[in-house]
Design a protein around this ligand. Structure first.
Ligand SMILES: *Cc1c(COP(=O)(O)O)cnc(C)c1O
Length: 384
């Protein structure tokens, strides 16, 4: 089977990104590669392979199904941490496999304690606390009950981490909110210490926090978007710009290249409309290339009349609406085209580049969303 497009994932770019992140966070903290959302669209199994080769041995997933994918692919001894959803029915298997997980309510905590006792294997728990994100996490008001439960059962469980997540560390407009969160985290930490509870790993930072709030870097950092070569926002990039090496070259490198090929070529006369409806009318005689990638493949409909692709090293504009399975691009300026010629949807060709950012800006989608919408069935190929 040959798919209508392919994604190439660069191992070299990942190594470069990890080197940069390491230079920012110092030698000690563990880097946990966040591989939720099918590794931000890059493919969990491909990313586990690439990351392990780059020396990463800690992975974070949102849910248990993703954790099993990492489990199946990763080397023995790599750690897996579930940040979000798991079904209590699966908890025993998760504990048996030594997969660690966030605990943010008493229901999950009590269940984990009882299973640990029953099977004689300590569950590896990361206690998530509410510091202001208001999604998951134990509230300040629950601290005493929480501490009592942990103390009473400390023999049967493994208290791996104390963690929280910041509400928008990627923007200075949230500066006050993030600083309040950091302060609240330390209040929790001090409270537990007074109770005699210590944690193996203290961790709070995502990419943005690790890059622009150095005080959030503790024993472990949970790095998602930056590992894939994207700045969490433009603002984070500008905030770092001054500290970058001479020449201000962007130290983060995109891993992903998205390629397809020309399915068909067609001439359209002045005054004719292209595609559904009448969103595009040819103002002169034009030539089109039809590319077999549409919104069903993750190429947003919002790129209708907006998107650009590269063919033979030249920018070509998407004309008319993006359909479920195709786009039409204006190739009037490109010579000697034939069916099967390469089309770059994201990536470089002939010294020019289509970035995910250009893409996302024109559609108001953030990098994160565009990437994770790439369907799982597009083949992902690791390139060295
Ligand atoms: C997604 C996520 C991260 C990683 O965020 P990035 O901005 O991609 O680095 C870290 N921690 C938690 C809890 C998350 O949900």
């Amino acid at each position: 089977m040959i798919a209508t497009s392919t994604l190439e994932i660069s191992s070299k770019a990942y190594r470069q990104n990890i080197r940069y992140i390491r230079s920012e966070i110092g030698p000690k903290p563990i880097i946990s590669a966040v591989v939720k959302g099918n590794a931000y669209g890059h493919g969990i199994s491909q990313m586990v392979e690439i990351a392990e080769k780059a020396g990463i041995r800690h992975f974070s997933t949102f849910s248990s199904d993703e954790a099993w994918e990492v489990w199946n692919k990763s080397k023995k001894g790599s750690e897996i941490m579930i940040l979000g959803m798991l079904h209590l029915e699966e908890l025993e298997e998760i504990i048996r496999k030594g997969i660690s997980f966030y605990v943010f309510d008493f229901e999950r905590l009590e269940k984990a304690i009882s299973i640990s006792k029953q099977i004689g294997i300590p569950a590896k728990l990361h206690i998530e606390i509410e510091t202001g994100f208001h999604r998951t996490g134990f509230d300040w008001s629950q601290r005493t009950k929480l501490a009592d439960l942990l103390l009473k059962n400390s023999a049967g469980i493994s208290i791996e981490g104390l963690c929280t997540h910041y509400a928008g560390a990627e923007s200075v407009s949230n500066f006050v909110r993030v600083n309040n969160q950091i302060a609240r985290y330390h209040e929790f930490k001090d409270f537990f210490h007074e109770k005699g509870i210590t944690f193996k790993l203290y961790h709070t930072a995502c990419s943005a926090a690790a890059l622009i709030f150095p005080e959030t870097i503790m024993d472990l950092v949970r790095i998602g978007i930056a590992g894939y070569g994207f700045w969490p926002t433009k603002e984070t990039f500008f905030a770092k710009l001054n500290s970058l090496p001479k020449g201000n070259k962007n130290p983060l490198k995109r891993l992903i290249t998205w390629k397809s090929s020309i399915m068909s070529l067609k001439a359209v006369k002045t005054g004719e409309f292209v595609g559904y409806g009448n969103s595009y009318m040819a103002l002169e005689n034009i030539r089109l290339a039809i590319v077999p990638v549409g919104y069903g493949h993750g190429y947003s409909r919002l790129l209708s009349n907006q998107g650009m692709v590269l063919i033979k090293g030249q920018y070509c504009q998407v004309v008319g609406t993006v359909t479920m399975n195709t786009i039409a691009v204006n190739v009037s300026k490109v010579r000697d085209l034939k069916i099967g010629d390469e089309v770059i949807l994201i990536g470089k060709q002939g010294g020019k580049e289509i970035t995910v950012a250009s893409f996302s800006e024109s559609t108001q989608q953030v990098n994160y969303e565009m990437l994770t919408r790439l369907p799982k069935d597009i083949p992902r190929k690791i390139i060295p």
